[in-house]
Design a protein around this ligand. Structure first.
Ligand SMILES: Nc1ncnc2c1ncn2[C@@H]1O[C@H](COP(=O)(O)OP(=O)(O)O)[C@@H](O)[C@H]1O
Ligand SMILES: [Mg+2]
Length: 237
């Protein structure tokens, strides 16, 4: 069912199933160049939590999973899995313990639609029953929405803000996330006024009222107003 699965141990109340601190991984290109496949990623997964890493092909998802699994050494940063510092022995212990953290690398990408849905249901049932924490990699935003407790949108080696599927869609914390998940309308403009979270932006099509996506936004700042198509209201004049 899974193309790549690793199980690592996780014991103790209040201890995260996984903690990644400032992890970077440099890889060598065939032309001799060096690129950061993973760039300063920090992420915490609590026991029993299902975190989906969502990002386009080539953005570094597999490299990050391989670092978590101990198959690659991080260039910078460290990883803690349940009992302490990640190391191969932790994986062996966990395989015997049989619970903790499970890593999935695009396990449903090569199966047809009907089987995909069955697999999703089985995976959810299994996770609820066994209670393991999971890091699940996919480029498929629908799959991410269906499975995740929290989604970590991944782009160019970096994890963008991590949030629940609802908040990722309704209140994305960056323009990158807004554009990667779902369909977005965009209009450039300038902040006319701000009162708490409420903000008015003047655009070429008139003023737009909305909520401030960033605490630092001030009057006269040049901004981009983003909204979902279903939030558009059309009235007669
Ligand atoms: N061992 C490697 N050698 C050279 N380049 C690599 C290696 N592993 C990954 N890369 C490069 O790092 C980037 C991220 O790859 P990968 O982690 O496989 O992305 P994803 O799983 O998101 O598709 C890509 O540009 C890929 O070509
Ligand atoms: Mg991959």
């Amino acid at each position: 069912m899974v193309s790549s699965t690793t199980i690592a141990g996780c014991e103790g109340a209040g201890v995260p199933a996984l903690r990644i601190n400032g992890l970077s991984k440099h890889v060598h290109r065939s032309n001799g160049g060096l690129v950061k496949a993973v760039d300063d990623v920090s992420l915490e997964v609590i026991p029993g939590e299902f975190v989906v890493l969502l990002g386009p092909s080539g953005c570094g998802k597999t490299t990050l999973l391989r670092c978590i699994a101990g198959l690659e050494h991080a260039s910078v940063g460290n990883i803690e899995i349940g009992g302490g510092q990640q190391q191969r022995a932790a994986l062996a212990r966990a395989l015997i313990a049989g619970n903790g953290l499970i890593l999935f690398d695009e396990p449903r990408s090569n199966v047809d639609a009907k089987v995909r849905d069955q697999l999703r249901q089985e995976l959810v049932t299994m996770q609820h029953k066994l209670g393991f924490a999971a890091v699940y990699v996919t480029h498929d935003q629908v799959e991410a929405m269906q499975l995740a407790d929290r989604i970590a949108v991944f782009g160019a080696g970096k994890v963008r803000p991590v949030a629940s599927p609802r908040d990722t869609y309704r209140r994305p914390l960056s323009r990158y996330v807004a554009n990667f998940v779902g369909t977005t309308n965009e209009l450039a403009g300038r902040v006319a006024s701000r009162s708490g979270d409420e903000i008015v932006v003047v655009t070429a099509f008139g003023p737009i009222r909305g909520s401030a996506g960033h605490p630092a936004l001030r009057e006269n700042d040049e901004v981009v107003a983003l909204w979902r198509p279903e939030d558009t209201l059309v009235n007669d004049l």
